[in-house]
Design a protein around this ligand. Sequence first.
Ligand SMILES: Nc1nc2c(ncn2[C@@H]2O[C@H](COP(=O)(O)OP(=O)(O)OP(=O)(O)O)[C@@H](O)[C@H]2O)c(=O)[nH]1
Ligand SMILES: [Mg+2]
Length: 441
Amino acid sequence: MNARGHRASAEHDTIFALASGRGRAGVAVVRVSGPDADDALAALPPQPLPDERVAVLRTIFGVTNGDKIDEALVLRFPAPRSYTGEDVVEYQVHGGPAVVSALLQQLGRISGLRMAEPGEFTRRAVENGQLDLTQAEAIADLVDAETEAQRRQAIRQLGGSLGELYEKWRGELIRSAAWIEATIDFPDEEIPQDALDASRRAIADIANEMQSHLKDGRRGEILRDGFHVAVIGSPNAGKSSLVNALAQRDVAIVSDIPGTTRDVLEVRLNLKGYPVILSDTAGLREGRDPIEQEGIRRAHARAKEADLRLVVLDGTAGDRPRGLGGDIEILSKADLTPDRREPGLWVSAKTGEGLTELVDLLAQHAEASMQAGEAPVLSRARHRLAVEQAERLLRDALVASAPELAAEHLRLALTQIGRITGRVDLDELLDVVFRDFCLGK
Ligand SMILES: Nc1nc2c(ncn2[C@@H]2O[C@H](COP(=O)(O)OP(=O)(O)OP(=O)(O)O)[C@@H](O)[C@H]2O)c(=O)[nH]1
Ligand SMILES: [Mg+2]
């Protein structure tokens, strides 16, 4: 076990994989991690190891037939100062698929080496205490980030801000738990009352902090997943045309036959740095056939789930449906309606009139529900569930009728928090803190 209580991975085998993207590219990166990484480097071909952390140009030869594979830049990152915390070797080769597969094949022929499973490098980084789980998630988010705001959130989380907050809570709770456990384990000792009072106050403070941490309008999760906008309205109102115009692509079928759209169709947009997912839906009316009825049922369901409902009203129609439960209403087909008596945002999918204003409006709504302040935000439902349960358990601990019960609630709360960052080695930590606080001083 290392300082953070994670098992050192000396018993791990050595793994390798393409670390960069698939397909042809100028350069591809192949990573090798594990105790045999250096030996593998020294085997292709047999020659002394380069200095650590210095890029060196090497000609790579096959182990079996001595065939020249490629000229590569190689880098060594000896443990523990590497991504995984193990010995790591990286090859930068020319990014052709045949080059990459030849190198992977050669590595596979070295005994003790095997292909990495998806995510295995990062998993080892977590196991070796290089990253906590929230940081591992942040790496996945950073790789997936499509917009500026997503990138900012991921990089902040990678910096450890979220993990640090949870670790701070965990550290304080462990102290409080230690005092309460002391009253149980050492009933004859004099446990200072003000220490117990301070513990209770700390628990109450953290429960309140958790409460406000949870009251964030799901902004971190929305930013990760995208802000969902359901486009709803009557058949033929121009919903699909509008979605196509906003996406600047011909994604949805448009026709003058009412009831054209049946399925829910999603397009991802980047509106001023914010990820927005538009859902085109079936026009709402009494469905004519079972398929259309199912489409309408899906439209209602999507509207309910969405973060925002954009109602498209047919600008050319005399009577317009009201009460569709929209957050924003727009009037369509502005180009066909030169004589507009009705106030509102008029939009034309055909001429582009009003689209800039609509994009601004959507971006404003997206920004308002995603923009984060300086405080670290929950970015996954997994975090939210754990914090919710932990808060409840802390409140239970505060009103518990006996110290044994309070201690049990606290332990469960600690486990919940520990699960978020991946640090659940509670007993060990409790022992350490307990020794410091209650016995040895
Ligand atoms: N001139 C003009 N025609 C439009 C505009 N928007 C839509 N239309 C026409 O209106 C008709 C219906 O458009 P759609 O986009 O298919 O309407 P919808 O709301 O998706 O209809 P459903 O899928 O049936 O619910 C088509 O003939 C479009 O070409 C517009 O801005 N200007
Ligand atoms: Mg449609």
